[in-house]
Structures are given as C-alpha cells and as structure tokens.
Ligand binder design. Structure first.
Ligand code: SAH
Length: 325
C-alpha cells in the first residue's frame, strides 16, 4: 500500500465513503507536494517541456496584448501551476525583449515545484491562491493547471463516492456520469474578477472539450502511461477533461470578456510556430530534426494539437490577445 492509500483507508473507516472530489483532491495534493512529475524520468511531459517555442509564443501573445494596452508599467506576469518554471522563463525572455519589466508572481502549492521554479526565476513571488495575486493588471498563464483541480462525479444525480470493498478502494456506483468542478469554476471566476477590476489578460491552455457533455473523463497517468484511477493513490497524476463551455460561462458571469476557443494546433499555427521553427533551424541546423519533431508533437492532430485547446479571458477594456480570430 502507498502511504496515502493507508491514510485513505483509515479516513474512510472513520468518516465513511469519500466523494470523488475529496479523493482527487487528497491524491493530487500528496502527489504534487512530494515530487517533480515532469519529463522523461517523471510521469508526463507538458507542452513547455517539449520545446522552448511553446513558451516563446505564449510570451509573444502576452507581450502583444500588453503593448496594445499601452504598456502599463504596473502590469505583472502571473502563472498558475508553473511546473519547473520553463514556460515562464521562455515567455519572459520574449516579453523582456519588448520592454516588459514587471514583477513575476506564481500560484503554486507544491514545495518541491516551488524550489524548481526558484532555480529558474529567483526573483518571483509565490502565492497559495489566485486571490493572493497583487491588485495590478495581470498577464496570466495557466497551462495544464485546471485539469489537475478536483472534479465531482454524479451518477443519476447522486454523488459518486470511493469506498473500501474486498480490502481495496472501489467506486460505490457506476452508470452514466456527469462531471462538474466547483474548484475550477471558482479558480476561473477569481481570475475573471481580478481581470475585470484591475485589467489584464489570461491565457488558459489545457486539454478538454468545447461543450459540456456527460461522460467519465477522470484519468490517471503514471510513467507516461494510463493507470487505473484508484490504483497507487498519491503516486500518479489524476486529471480530467476541462469543460471549456463551463469555464467561459464562469468567466463571463464574473465580468470578464472571453475569446472563442481554438485548438492548440490552430493557435500555434496562427502565431507562427512554423516560422519560429524555421528561424531556429536556420540558426541551429543540427537541431532541425528535433524542431520538426517538436512542432509535430505540439500541433499534430493525433498528438496534442486537437485535444489541447486555448482560450483567453480578458478585461473588457483590454484588447483580446492574437490567435483567436
Ligand atoms: N504548467 C506546467 C505544469 C503543469 S502540472 C507545465 O505546463 O509544464 C500542474 C501544476 O499545477 C504543478 O506545478 C502543480 O504543482 C500545480 N498545482 C496543482 N494543483 C494546484 C493547486 N491546487 N494550487 C496551486 N498549484 C497547483
């Protein structure tokens, strides 16, 4: 048994069955607090870890928006769940080049990943939640952050729970599942309220679907492969599809403007990943194959290009970032 599994057994024995939401929250808190899960030797690889081009394009999109908003000097770079800080490093290199000199603020709960981020961006400030970000215009990014926040599952309107059966963890019911995520809705609303009151823009990049639909999308990934959701609690990454329709509604209800949703392939192509790869390959001919491979992984329809999607939330008074026309 994993240490968390033992703790969950004790919790269920004393409290009774726990909701899927409580299970996911307990597993991911433990998982992220105890390791750096990214990269070949970890459990999964994310877009910024595939290539510097990803973060550079995020930086170019935020910089474009900031310049068109009149280059407000008090604007800050903010990122939710920055992983190893790779995206922030790549994005800020581009943003600094156009004169952005604002502060860097990270929302991160994992002490292990905070250390990795500190090594990449020593001058950043860290926060526990979106509400702690400074009251300043935000240039905000959330890449594969929302998918890790807990979801509820309901079967015929009844909350799905985790119980102990035959000595192991099991779901208390199966059937047609409807998912929702109060934690995501609240995180999005918090971002949107902040943008509406202080200005700025947020890019949200994640995997998921464009319209709310019933279905079980909870999944576990360990060592670059799928694993049963109730196996190895706390030792594998639990995520679910982000419902972008619900996300857009939460953002609008909190007073922000929302762009159309586009696929990662459309967005990266619109912002010139092809030209960026060609320029890098000309300067570094020995990297041509690696760059072509990265473009394929980021934009390929059978890789990240179609499943991953991008949407922007912005202050009503701020321009929408490029790439969503
Ligand atoms: N954005 C990075 C890492 C994605 S992994 C990338 O694309 O490479 C998810 C990140 O969110 C990790 O940094 C993890 O520690 C953080 N995270 C997960 N749940 C969180 C929560 N509730 N609050 C703050 N950060 C969280």
């Amino acid at each position: 048994m994993t240490p968390l599994e033992r703790a969950l057994h004790e919790r269920i024995k004393s409290e009774g069955p726990i909701t899927v939401e409580a299970y996911m929250e307990a597993c991911n808190s433990y998982y992220y607090a105890t390791r750096d899960p990214l990269g070949a030797r970890g459990d999964f690889t994310t877009a910024p870890e595939i290539s510097q081009m990803f973060g550079e394009i995020v930086g170019a999109a935020l910089a474009d928006c900031w310049v068109r908003a009149g280059s407000p000097q008090d604007a800050v770079y903010a990122e939710l769940g920055p992983g190893r800080g790779t995206l922030a490093s790549d994005a800020l290199r581009v943003m600094r080049n156009v004169g952005f000199s604002g502060e860097v603020h990270f929302v991160e709960t994992s002490p292990v990943l905070r250390e990795a981020q500190r090594a990449a961006l020593p001058d950043a400030d860290w926060h526990e939640s979106v509400d702690e970000l400074p009251d300043k215009p935000l240039l905000l990014v959330a890449s594969e952050f929302l998918d890790a926040l807990p979801i509820r599952q309901q079967v015929n309107g009844v909350e799905r729970r985790v119980v102990i059966a035959a000595g192991g963890l099991a779901f208390d019911r199966d059937g047609d599942i409807v998912e929702s995520s109060p934690a995501r809705d609240e995180a999005v609303a918090a971002i949107a309220r902040r943008l509406a009151s202080d200005g700025g823009v947020a890019l949200v990049i994640d995997y998921g679907h464009s319209h709310s639909a019933p279905g079980d999308t909870l999944q576990a990934v360990r060592r670059h492969g799928y694993s049963p959701v109730l196996a190895n609690p706390g030792e594998q990454d639990l995520t679910s599809h982000v419902d972008f329709e619900s996300l857009a509604r939460s953002a609008r209800e909190a007073g922000a403007s929302v762009t159309p949703l586009v696929s990662q392939e459309e967005w990266l192509n619109a912002l010139g990943i092809g030209q960026r790869a060609a320029a890098l390959a000309t300067a570094n001919p020995e990297r041509a194959d690696e760059l072509a491979d990265a473009v394929q992984r980021l934009t390929g329809g059978d890789e990240m290009g179609d499943l991953f999607k991008v949407i922007a939330i912005h202050a009503p008074g701020w321009p929408a970032p490029p790439g969503f026309e």
